[in-house]
Design a protein around this ligand. Structure first.
Ligand SMILES: *Cc1c(COP(=O)(O)O)cnc(C)c1O
Length: 355
């Protein structure tokens, strides 16, 4: 550690992303990427992109992209904020809506592990609510915490559990005096987005991404939908770091992607149908599988440990994600792949379990 580090940088614990190994070819089911390619319209936008235009800075207002998102989400472009991945938008949300050393942010103990990293980085106290025994979230208990606001991933990661909109709506309304951030990274696979609530709830920010549902993880684009005043807060934050977080190519490709609803509806249906098959097949092999509303399943074997399953699969060329932390040590998070990838996972498991 360099003596030149600031106290902040010296003391933080950065987020650790899932591995992207190059040592051999893996069946890669560890970072919840979409198993299918992005829409042909997105590909056409990429190939048709005018490279000469790259000499200019990207469109500052991101009009084309924000209009395309607004159309797809049924909101106005002024209610859309775009960022370099939804991780960046979440990184803006924390300093934009929570005070350093203030009342803090409330979220679950088992959820996206970036939230405590942001709290730590920005000096925001974290109120951590343990999920129920069955890994569901008690929204009433979350509201009861004396926090400045709440952050909820819906569907949750890494559990995959979805909270129906009928429960989210009263939760957001009861907390009208506090900020509520909903991380809907996996919402395409659940279909109960809270975006319509942003029209009447001035305390709600819904954060979404092109990475999972739109098969564009490599493009790095996410967006937030909220009341205009909240969007303006995110813009203030962005313009204190980087005025151009979303490049011109990205704007063109993502605008084309989100316009191709038919393509994605079909792909999403395939992922969901494979998710149900994978769940059944894992259960047949002695796994307890949490009910998933996402493009991954979270599963624990009756007799084999989480680490053993992870390492055994890795040795057989299949990558899944294992979190060596309390409560979820015996689980593996398995991304839903194509039918062929899921079959490869299941045969690797059969081999592992037969020893
Ligand atoms: C993948 C993921 C994100 C962020 O994805 P980006 O690629 O940065 O858009 C955000 N939240 C959760 C819960 C995720 O799993």
């Amino acid at each position: 550690m360099s003596a030149f580090y600031s106290k902040r940088i010296a003391s933080i614990l950065p987020y650790v992303a899932g591995e992207q190994p190059k040592d051999r070819k893996y069946v890669k089911l560890n970072t919840n990427e979409n198993p299918y390619p992005p829409s042909p319209k997105a590909e056409a936008a990429l190939h048709g992109f005018d490279a000469a235009s790259l000499k200019l800075y990207p469109p500052l207002e991101m009009r084309g992209l924000r209009e395309a998102i607004a159309r797809a989400e049924g909101v106005a472009p002024e209610n859309v904020f775009c960022g370099n991945g939804s991780d960046e938008i979440l990184a803006f949300c924390f300093p934009a809506f929570f005070d350093e050393g203030g009342a803090g942010a409330a979220f679950a103990d088992v959820t996206y592990s970036f939230y405590p990293v942001f709290c730590n980085f920005f000096g925001i106290p974290a109120h951590i609510l343990p999920l129920n025994e069955d890994f569901t979230l008690d929204l009433g208990a979350l509201s009861a915490l004396p926090a400045q606001g709440m952050v909820v991933a819906n569907p949750n990661a890494p559990t995959g559990i979805g909270i129906p909109l009928s429960a989210i709506e009263p939760f957001v309304r009861e907390n009208a005096g506090r900020i509520v951030i909903l991380d809907e990274a996996y919402m395409p696979f659940f279909g109960q987005s809270a975006v319509p609530l942003t029209k009447t709830c001035k305390n709600l920010v819904v954060v979404k991404t092109f990475s999972k549902g739109y098969a564009l993880a490599g493009m790095r684009c996410g967006y937030a939908i909220a009341d205009r005043e909240l969007i303006a807060g995110l813009e203030r934050c962005r313009d204190s770091f980087n005025s151009y977080p979303v490049d011109s190519v990205c704007q063109a490709v993502c605008a084309a992607a989100i316009g191709d609803a038919d393509y994605y509806r079909e792909r999403t249906a395939q992922v969901i149908s494979e998710r149900e098959r994978l769940t059944e097949q894992l259960q047949k092999r002695g796994f307890f599988v949490l009910p998933s509303a996402a493009n991954f399943v979270f599963a624990r074997h009756a007799a084999r440990g989480g680490r053993e399953v992870y390492e055994g699969l890795r040795a057989r060329g299949v990558l899944v994600r294992h979190f060596g932390v309390e409560r979820i040590r015996e689980f593996c998070r398995i991304t839903v792949g194509t039918a062929a990838e899921n079959d490869a996972l299941l045969s690797a498991l059969d081999d592992l379990l037969s020893r």
